[in-house]
Design a protein around this ligand. Structure first.
Ligand code: ADP
Length: 467
């Protein structure tokens, strides 16, 4: 069984969020099951530091009035689409000034260059697996422009986040190579714009999303971002498959980023990680003061506004707070201002720093994930493995992964008092070291490895290719 992933980011080469972790780790788990995955993504500036070889193939993609040419690079099962003007930039999707204005062209090029390469080399995969809006047109391309090249290929489209849809001015449609017959309500059109993600939902042979709860939620107007109707129409083809964790990267017993290693059987090293974190953050090195942390994109989705609103209440307790993230300017400012207002108690870091993320998750006592919505969420899974107790909002994948009172704490309402209540409850348990240790152990024992989820993807692929 051969599968081609088409994705806009992949660990370790490029990353803004969980999508990169997932497409980085899933192929190895699928390989164990006899599924051969090749991964196609852009040759961004960040990929240059890795060794890759340029293949002798050039691909050309017609885009309206012009054609764009690109090269293909390879490193193991990763294939990179090289086009410097499109991809060799400071950011992946945009920079401080917002999204890049030519994102439609950049991601049409990614999709079509990958398909062109597969067509040219005669390496027709059994499954084309497209991830998020940046690959949303792949299922439609497979049925139209590339139907001749891949007559038997089936398509799978995975929603990692329904809110990001790839919406573009309709006059750009010719650049996609698709005809105006596709610009209808039952196809790519939404609110008189082209919607890439909708294209994936309408045309894929199967749709997946990254947790069972999110698969239900997105069929409801509250979480459907205008596409709940389309998802309800296609619900018999929609599957919620929980993301896994790459425990080779996220394992406190073998994590090279940590000041000391530890495991569920020998927790001593966690105290050293906490002391090292306090030192790095300029916080008083007090082992008894619980550290609450946030690691992630500073976006409204993540509940950063809720956290900041509720922080004054939380900081009445004897706690320390560490925040690591980048994102929307107003939330970055809000997170910074918290550190100014509470020197010695709050430490804010506006940066994207993987090693530091590991150190914070290991060194903290509580990890806050107060998301407004959360397709799956990975940081709470990392926290569980690191003996750091997650406090999460009852939404999406957080429901499927955190058990209230057993492995962590949940609160329902998107309100500061609701969050404060949950943290209060957590701090009550923290003060009872026996109960706390039991909760840490329960979390560390949970297995969110890829094995079970990879099997579900494999079964899905097989069900499609047999049909
Ligand atoms: P999302 O994909 O919505 O951003 P996830 O929880 O699924 O959220 O995945 C986020 C991933 O990105 C995690 O691996 C997290 O550690 C990482 N991450 C997010 N922000 C940062 C940051 N500022 N520095 C380091 N890693 C980060």
């Amino acid at each position: 069984m051969k599968v081609a992933f088409i994705t806009s980011e992949v660990v370790p080469y490029s990353k803004t969020g969980g999508l990169a972790d997932v497409v980085g780790a899933l192929p190895a788990a699928l390989a164990e099951l006899g599924v051969e995955v090749s991964v196609f993504s852009p040759y961004y500036g960040s990929v240059r530091k890795y060794p890759t070889e340029r293949l002798p193939h050039l691909v050309s993609v017609p885009m309206g009035f012009r054609s764009e040419w690109g090269a293909i690079r390879r490193g193991g099962h990763f294939y990179f689409i090289e086009h410097d003007v499109f991809y060799n930039r400071g950011g992946l999707y945009g920079d401080g000034g917002g999204d890049y204005k030519d994102n439609l062209f950049r991601y049409v090029f990614l999709m079509r260059a990958a398909l062109e390469y597969l067509a040219q080399t005669g390496a027709a995969p059994d499954i084309l697996h497209a991830h998020d809006w940046q690959a949303g047109l792949v299922p439609l391309y497979a049925k139209t422009l590339y139907a001749g090249a891949f007559p038997n290929a089936k398509s799978v489209f995975t929603i990692h986040n329904l809110a990001y849809q790839g919406r573009f001015w309709k006059e750009f449609l010719p650049a996609t190579g698709l005809g105006w017959n596709h610009f209808t309500f039952l196809d790519l059109e939404m609110h008189d714009q082209i919607n890439f993600l909708k294209g994936g939902l309408v045309h894929a042979d199967a749709i997946t999303t990254v947790s069972p709860t999110y698969a239900h939620e997105i069929q409801h107007p509250v979480h459907g971002w205008g596409l709940d109707g389309v998802l309800r129409d296609r619900r018999s083809h929609l599957h919620g498959i929980l993301n896994g964790v790459d425990y080779k990267e996220w394992n406190p017993a073998a994590d090279p980023h940590l000041a000391a290693k530890y495991s569920s059987k020998s927790m001593g090293g966690k105290a050293a990680c906490k002391a090292a974190l306090q030192k790095r953050c300029g916080l008083p090195e007090r082992p008894e003061a619980p550290i609450l942390s946030i690691v992630g994109r500073l976006a409204e989705q993540k509940g950063v506004d809720l956290f900041v609103h509720g922080a004054d209440g939380l900081l009445q307790h004897d706690v320390q707070v560490v925040i690591l993230g980048t994102g929307e300017r107003w939330l970055e400012d809000a997170a910074r201002s918290l550190a100014w207002r509470y020197p010695g108690k709050v430490s804010t870091h506006i940066a994207f720093d993987n090693a530091f993320a590991h150190q914070i998750i290991a060194g903290s006592d509580l990890l806050m994930v107060p998301s407004k919505y959360e397709p799956c969420g990975l940081t709470q899974l990392y926290a569980l493995r690191y003996g750091t107790v997650p406090v999460v909002r009852t939404t999406g994948g957080l429901v499927d992964t955190v058990e209230h009172g057993v492995t962590g704490f949940r609160f329902d309402h998107y309100r500061p008092d609701s969050m404060q209540w949950a943290v209060g409850e957590a701090l009550g348990v923290y003060r009872d070291s026996e109960r706390w240790a039991k909760m840490q152990q329960a979390g560390m024992a949970r297995d969110f490895s890829w094995d079970a989820s990879a099997r579900k993807y494999e079964q899905l692929y097989r069900s499609l290719t047999k049909a």
